[in-house]
Design a protein around this ligand. Structure first.
Ligand SMILES: O=C(O)CCC(=O)C(=O)O
Length: 332
């Protein structure tokens, strides 16, 4: 099927406008990351690929997730994260990174509640049961998850099209790790780390960060400088490319390193959906992205296998990908 025949219909609700003409960097090391208008495809195709290659992230406008649903989701996140510690701990199953992450020595101001594969009904309800999540809250989480999943697949489809590939149902059935994050920032802890520098493991992450409290910083690919990301204007979302996207694109996409710092002394809440990668199949660059001038950079691998290597080698900024490097791509 020609990629254009496989276009999904996506009719957006009106969203706040962000000026399209942006300089790469404004004053005071503040980034103006690319803005992708979801309703303007194929017009935005080139910009989308450039954003993935040069920035490893972009802000999206004109998606169809209502602002009211985004706010409701944030409110549910805040309410669950304010439950007593002993209740939140019930969602920890002994697998690092899959359930509750309490404040730790490395990230003392950070905590998060997470569901590893939220699309699995039994996993989702078991998480909710342990926290006594109300029916209304469950509905809000599910509505939000379905909306971000549709959006993620839409973006995935546009990426594939923009690269000239024909991959029907791209990202269909990929597990989504869903996380509610809280940074316990106070005026006394200004200057401290909220989340240490990391790249995401995922293919792509949809982040609803705090629209009023900043603190997100990223490493600029060209200069290696750390630059600030302005808080997301209401109704917009950030998309971040992770390690799996770098491997899948044969090294073309940038798995941007980022962290969160306490700059304003105010608590910060965000909602994150990590779309990891294929569940059954291996992560493998499509043939079209491999050539004699650009040999295959990574051997095909499983997402779960990669997760384990990343965990066991404690490599939080993508170094674990080196374990999967092909010999032909190693420069001597
Ligand atoms: O809270 C944020 O804005 C960033 C979250 C983040 O970097 C992550 O969960 O990977």
């Amino acid at each position: 099927m020609h990629p254009m025949q496989n276009q999904q219909h996506y009719s957006p609700t009106p969203q706040p406008k962000i000026p399209k003409k942006r300089r790469r960097k404004s004053s005071m090391n503040t980034s103006c990351i690319p803005v992708i208008d979801i309703k303007d495809f194929p017009g935005q195709s080139e910009k989308l690929i450039a954003a993935c290659e040069e920035w490893g992230c972009f802000r999206i406008i004109n998606h169809k997730i209502p602002l009211s649903l985004m706010s409701e989701m944030k409110a549910v996140g805040e309410s669950l994260l304010s439950l007593p510690m002993e209740i939140k701990r019930k969602t920890f199953d002994g697998v690092v990174g899959k359930g509750y992450i309490p404040p730790s020595e490395i990230n003392p101001l950070y905590e998060s509640l997470g569901v590893y594969d939220i699309a699995l009904a039994e996993v989702f309800h078991s998480f909710c049961d342990r926290l006594n999540v109300s029916t209304h809250q469950r509905e809000t989480i599910l509505r939000y998850f379905k909306a971000v999943e549709e959006l993620a697949r839409y973006i995935g489809g546009k990426l594939v099209e923009a690269l000239g590939l024909d991959i029907p149902e791209f990202m269909q059935g990929w597990p989504c790790q869903f996380r509610l994050l809280k940074y316990h920032f106070t005026p006394e802890s200004v200057g401290s780390n909220g989340a240490r520098m990391h790249s995401d493991l995922s293919y792509l992450t949809i982040l609803q960060d705090d629209e009023s409290v900043g603190g997100l910083e990223l490493v600029d690919k060209q200069s290696g400088e750390i630059i600030d990301v302005e808080p997301s204007p209401p109704g917009t979302l950030l998309v971040v490319l992770g390690d799996i996207a770098k491997a899948w694109s044969n090294g073309r996409f940038y798995n941007v390193k980022h962290r969160v710092q306490n700059k304003e002394g105010k608590p910060r809440v965000s909602v994150v959906a990590f779309f990891l990668g294929p569940k059954e199949a291996k992560v493998e660059a499509p043939l079209e992205l491999v050539g004699s001038d650009l040999p295959r950079a990574y051997v095909p691998f499983d997402v779960e296998e990669y997760r384990m290597v990343r965990l066991s080698t404690r490599s939080s900024t993508g170094e674990a990908l080196e374990h999967f490097r092909t010999t032909s791509s190693i420069k001597i």
